[in-house]
Write a protein that binds this ligand. Structure first.
Ligand code: GLU
Length: 409
């Protein structure tokens, strides 16, 4: 099943509940604009390599297009289109005044030197600068990109359009970025995990957690949750995983990874495969890496009672059915990982107002936005007897549908 078909299944379940007509469904699913560009850049050795870049603007009925730029070898048009649609429902479910977009390049950033990465980024912006803008479409980091990439991107944009920090979020602090943006997605995952435990009559403190992915999102999720007293038993990344039945020391694991470039061999841990991590004996499973990792086969063996989707689209629809059938509570990506785009919104507001917020304020506002969104989704799921995913989609899609209809054609 392609990622587009998978996203469609989730969309249709919510659209059925909302009793949307076929014409409204088609209108909501069809992206406004999809662009595919050539990125031809000289390598350090003088040869030219050509990559393909994408920007898909899915919907802007509730505000400017918003969504990250992903650099990964598996990026293709279908994936970017799916992720753009997810951004539309994500910004709507947490009620940010944005639509949804996504972009990316089919490239492995680890294979590029810093100078090559900069050239690729500048060339990409050369190709798309006319379709982005502070009130039009606002990119941000995603998998394979970071604050440095955003710094080059905004600098390249400003060569055409002058000073415009609000065109991109997730920038370095020194270049009009926001306090708390880097930690935001992981912190948001932690806030949603805490709310989920509380709603189920449990506490985060003492709960046993397995986390797939130890990039920016995974790392901040682990730090936040272990700060609340949770025990992180298992962590993995592309190089494999580590396990400690009493809980891993996250601060020590972070320095180990920095020094050694791999989780493997972390003192006091035993090795664990990625499949082993997904089916580990824990209370909470947090996939925070690639999409599509929870297949029906793995879902049958998941032992956690709660799955928090920190990654975008980690659960295939058949696997989602298996998990539901087995009574596993799944917190959908569009809510669980919305902390990143929420603090992106705070960054954008600060840039437009040319006024800075401190970290305390950012954290308070993030908490307020996410807890309110969680309560809405949880309440709707209870009252309509639907899954949390369907409830989250119903709220997101419902808001987009109403805005579209109110604006008229
Ligand atoms: N890439 C992140 C996401 O998937 C953040 C997007 C943003 O901040 O605009 O939600």
């Amino acid at each position: 099943m392609s990622s587009i078909e998978a996203a469609r299944r989730y969309f249709e379940a919510a659209a059925d509940q909302l009793e949307l007509s076929a014409s409204v469904r088609t209108l909501l699913l069809t992206p406004q604009r999809e662009v595919k560009v050539q990125i031809a850049v000289p390598r350090d050795n003088g040869e030219v390599t050509t990559f393909v870049g994408y920007r898909v603007q899915h919907d802007r009925s509730r505000g400017p297009f918003k969504g990250g730029l992903r650099y990964h070898p598996e990026v293709d048009g279908d994936e970017v289109t799916t992720l753009a649609q997810l951004m539309t429902w994500k910004t709507a479910v947490v009620d940010l005044p944005y639509g949804g977009a996504k972009g990316g390049i089919g490239v492995d950033p680890k294979q590029l030197s810093t100078a090559e990465l900069e050239r690729v980024t500048r060339c990409f912006i050369d190709q798309i600068h006319e379709m982005i803008g502070p009130n039009l479409d606002i990119p941000a980091p995603d998998m394979g990109t970071n604050a440095q990439v955003m710094a080059w991107a905004v600098n390249q944009y400003e060569k055409y359009h002058g000073f415009s920090p609000a065109v991109i979020t997730g920038k370095p602090l020194e270049l009009h970025g926001s306090a708390g943006r880097e930690e935001a997605t992981g912190r948001g995952v932690g806030i949603i995990t805490r709310s989920t435990c509380a709603a189920l009559g449990k506490t985060v403190a003492g709960s046993r957690i397995a986390l797939q992915g130890f990039g920016n999102v995974g790392l901040h999720t682990a730090s936040f949750l272990s700060g609340l007293g949770a025990r992180i038993l298992a962590v993995s990344d592309v190089t494999g995983g580590v396990w400690n039945a009493d809980g891993l020391d996250i601060a020590a694991l972070v320095s180990w990874l920095k020094q050694n470039g791999t989780l493997a061999g972390f003192p006091g841990s035993s090795p664990l495969t990625n499949a082993g991590l997904l089916t580990a004996d824990v209370d909470v499973l947090i996939p925070a890496a690639l999409g599509g990792v929870l297949t029906p086969e793995i879902a049958r063996h998941v032992r956690a009672k709660i799955v928090i989707e920190a990654a975008n689209a980690p659960t295939l629809p058949e696997a989602d059915e298996v998990l539901q059938h087995r009574g596993v509570v799944v917190l959908p990506d569009i809510l669980a990982n919305a902390g990143g785009v929420t603090v992106s919104y705070f960054e954008w507001v600060q840039n437009l107002q040319q006024f800075r917020w401190d970290l305390v304020r950012i954290r308070e506002e993030l908490e307020r936005v996410l807890v309110r969104a969680f309560d809405n989704v949880w309440g709707l799921a209870q009252s309509k007897h639907v899954s949390l995913r369907t409830a989250a989609y119903m709220i997101g899609i419902g808001r987009v549908a109403r805005a579209t209809q109110l604006a008229g054609f």
